[in-house]
Ligand binder design. Structure first.
Ligand code: OAD
Length: 269
C-alpha cells in the first residue's frame, strides 16, 4: 500500500485527469452479486442462462419478457442495496479534486449516484438499470422505469399490468432497459465513448477497482492512459489482466474495494 500511495502522489503532482474506473466488485460489499460470479445465472423454463447470453439484443428479440423479468429482478436487488464505503470514498475524492476528477463505471446499479457522485463527472458506460428507452429507438429519450413497476422474484413472469407500463410513451412500442448489451457497440450519446476516451488520453492517474477486465471500453481506458504515461493502480480481491498492467505501473492492492479505496483516498486527500 505504501508504494502505491507514493506512486499516486507522484502522479497527482503531474497535470492530467484522475480517473476511477469501477466494476461490479465495487458493489459486491453492498450485496449485489458480481456479473461473472455464480449468482449471476438465471433460469428460464428448464434452461439456465449466463448473463452473457441474456444481456443481448438477440435474447431480447427472441424472449423480451424473460429478459425484462431478469432486469426487473436485478433492478430490485440494486434498489434494495445501499452504497458502501468504496462509493463514499470516490465521492470524497471527487469533492477534493473537482474538475480534475472523473468516474467511469461499468455498474448499472446506480449506487455511485446514490452515494453522491455528481452526474457531471460520472460516466455510466454500460447504462443504468433504473432507466428504459424505446426498443425501436423512435426517440433517444431515456425514461425512469415507472415507480409502480415492482421487483420480479426468481421464476416469476412479468404480469400483463406491468408489461403495459414498459412501453415507449411516444410510439407505444415496447421499451427496453437502458443498458449496453454484449452484441451492441459503445457510442457517445448513450455511453460517453468519445468523452471517456479523451479523458483517458490525458490522464495522470487511473485507479481501477473491482473489475475482471472483460469489456472493451475499460480496456481502451487503461491502454490509452498507460500509453499516455498515466500511473495505473488495480484494486481487486483477485488477480486480473489490469493487475498485470498495474503491477508494472503504480501497483496493485489485493483487498476488498470497501477497505482499499477509503484507505487510499484518505492517504491522498
Ligand atoms: P465481473 O463480475 O466480471 O468481475 C467482478 C470483479 O470484481 C472480479 O474481478 C472480482 O475479483 C472482483 N471483486 C469481487 N468482490 C470484490 C471486492 N469486494 N472488492 C474488489 N474487487 C472485488 O464484473 P465486471 O468486471 O464489472 O457489462 O463486469 C464488467 C461488465 O461485464 C459488466 O458491466 C457487464 C458485463 O459485460 C455489460 O453488461 C455490458
Amino acid at each position: 500500500m505504501d508504494a502505491v500511495i507514493t506512486a499516486c502522489r507522484a502522479a497527482l503532482s503531474r497535470p492530467g485527469a484522475v480517473i476511477v474506473l469501477t466494476g461490479a466488485g465495487v458493489s459486491a460489499e453492498s450485496g449485489i452479486p458480481t456479473f461473472r460470479g455464480k449468482e449471476g445465472y438465471w433460469t428460464i423454463g428448464s434452461t439456465e442462462y449466463h448473463p452473457q447470453e441474456l444481456a443481448t439484443q438477440r435474447a431480447f428479440a427472441r424472449m423480451p419478457w424473460d429478459v425484462w423479468a431478469w432486469y426487473l429482478y436485478r433492478r430490485g436487488v440494486c434498489r434494495a442495496a445501499a452504497p458502501n464505503p468504496a462509493h463514499a470514498a470516490i465521492v470524497a475524492w471527487d469533492a477534493a479534486l473537482g474538475e480534475r476528477f472523473a468516474l467511469v463505471t461499468q455498474n448499472v446499479d446506480g449506487l455511485h449516484r446514490r452515494a453522491g457522485s455528481p452526474d457531471a463527472r460520472m460516466h455510466e458506460i454500460h447504462g443504468d438499470i433504473d432507466l428504459m428507452r424505446c426498443a425501436r429507438e423512435c426517440t433517444a429519450a431515456r425514461l425512469p422505469i415507472p415507480e409502480a413497476v415492482p421487483a420480479i422474484a426468481r421464476g416469476e413472469v412479468v404480469p400483463d399490468a406491468i408489461r403495459a407500463q414498459l412501453r415507449c410513451p411516444s410510439c407505444g412500442e415496447m421499451a427496453r432497459p437502458h443498458v449496453l448489451w454484449f452484441d451492441e457497440a459503445y457510442d457517445e450519446p448513450r455511453y460517453h465513448l468519445n468523452t471517456v476516451r479523451a479523458l483517458a488520453a490525458r490522464a495522470a492517474l487511473v485507479v481501477v477497482g473491482g473489475t475482471s477486465a472483460q469489456t472493451n471500453l475499460p480496456w481502451q481506458v487503461v491502454s490509452l492512459a498507460a500509453r499516455g504515461g498515466a500511473a495505473i493502480v488495480d484494486i481487486n480481491v483477485e488477480d486480473n489482466p489490469f493487475g498485470e498492467i498495474a503491477a508494472d505501473s503504480a501497483g496493485v492492492i489485493r483487498a476488498p474495494a470497501g477497505e482499499a479505496l477509503p484507505a487510499l483516498v484518505h492517504a491522498l486527500v
